[in-house]
Write a protein of this length. Structure first.
Length: 278
């Protein structure tokens, strides 16, 4: 799995499938349910830590094979595997504003919808009009934005275990030069503040209410804390990075030490934003 996630670690999946149409997603899902085979749906693998022993089940990748993006007036209709960066480029080319915040998030539309991904003051809930999902029986249906129960890094899709197949985004007409300027500004902020030079699974912890995870970790004296080839970034302490041949177990040890230390020093519990697949 190391070649399928941005942390660049993890063992082998027993089965790895890349469906190129919704029917194939349904067929694989039904087979897994009927045969009681564990399965996990991934997109770009940008917020995953997969254990070193791999995954004893089926990984279903919804990425570039299901990634069509269409423009319909002020709306963008995209399949779940579409990269957020490519959607942002499409929006910019059509002078549509509202999606600039997501252009630097290294994930797919499906994953972003599930967790209500956000950055720089924007979240997916701000632009979603409706989402097409599949439930565990293989039934496909749409959920309007107002029924998605989107909160901080969560949604009804996550809690109900639905698979995102696509979504409609509602944007606004904007000024092309202003959109370009904001896109460039956010890109520069991300490059200067995040450890993009190393593999990572993105922001490791959710933002605890009233605090910033990175600040708590730094104040706890954990900047640069390291186990093997996995360390707390010395550029942004909210990121745990792979500086060589890091493993899942090394990442787990770093994360658990950070959580324990912050809890002891500040009585604040750090909840994981990354998903650990075991």
């Amino acid at each position: 799995m190391s070649s399928h996630c941005t942390f660049r670690a993890g063992g082998t999946a027993k089965y790895y499938v890349i469906p190129d149409e919704y029917k194939k997603v349904r067929d694989v899902l039904r087979l897994c349910v009927e045969e009681n085979i564990p399965y996990y749906v991934i997109g770009n693998g940008s917020n995953l830590l997969v254990q070193d022993d791999g995954f004893d089940g089926v990984i279903i990748e919804i990425d570039s094979a299901l990634a069509k993006i269409e423009i319909n007036g002020n709306e963008i209709v995209a399949k779940a595997g579409a990269k957020l960066s490519k959607i942002a480029v499409k929006a910019l080319n059509e002078s549509l504003t509202g999606f600039e915040f997501a252009g630097g998030i290294p994930g797919t539309l499906g994953g972003a919808v599930v967790m209500n991904a956000g950055a720089y003051g924007g979240e997916m809930k701000d632009v979603l009009r409706k989402v097409m999902v599949m439930d565990q029986s293989g039934k496909v249906f749409e959920i309007p934005a107002e029924e998605l129960q989107m909160g901080y890094r969560t949604s009804i899709i996550k809690t109900a275990g639905y698979i995102v197949l696509g979504a409609v985004l509602s944007l606004k007409e904007g000024n092309l030069e202003e959109i370009k300027m904001l896109t460039r500004k956010l890109s520069e902020q991300r490059t200067s503040k995040q450890p993009l030079e190393y593999p990572s699974a993105g922001s490791t912890f959710k933002r605890p209410e009233g605090y910033f995870a990175g600040k708590l970790i730094e104040d706890a004296g954990l900047k640069g804390y390291r186990v093997g080839d996995v360390m707390v970034s010395d550029k942004h302490c909210g990121f745990v990075v792979n500086v060589g041949e890091g493993t899942y177990d090394e990442a787990r040890q770093v994360i658990e030490h950070v959580q324990k230390t912050v809890e002891e020093k500040f009585h604040v519990s750090l909840e994981l934003e990354v998903k650990m697949i075991q």
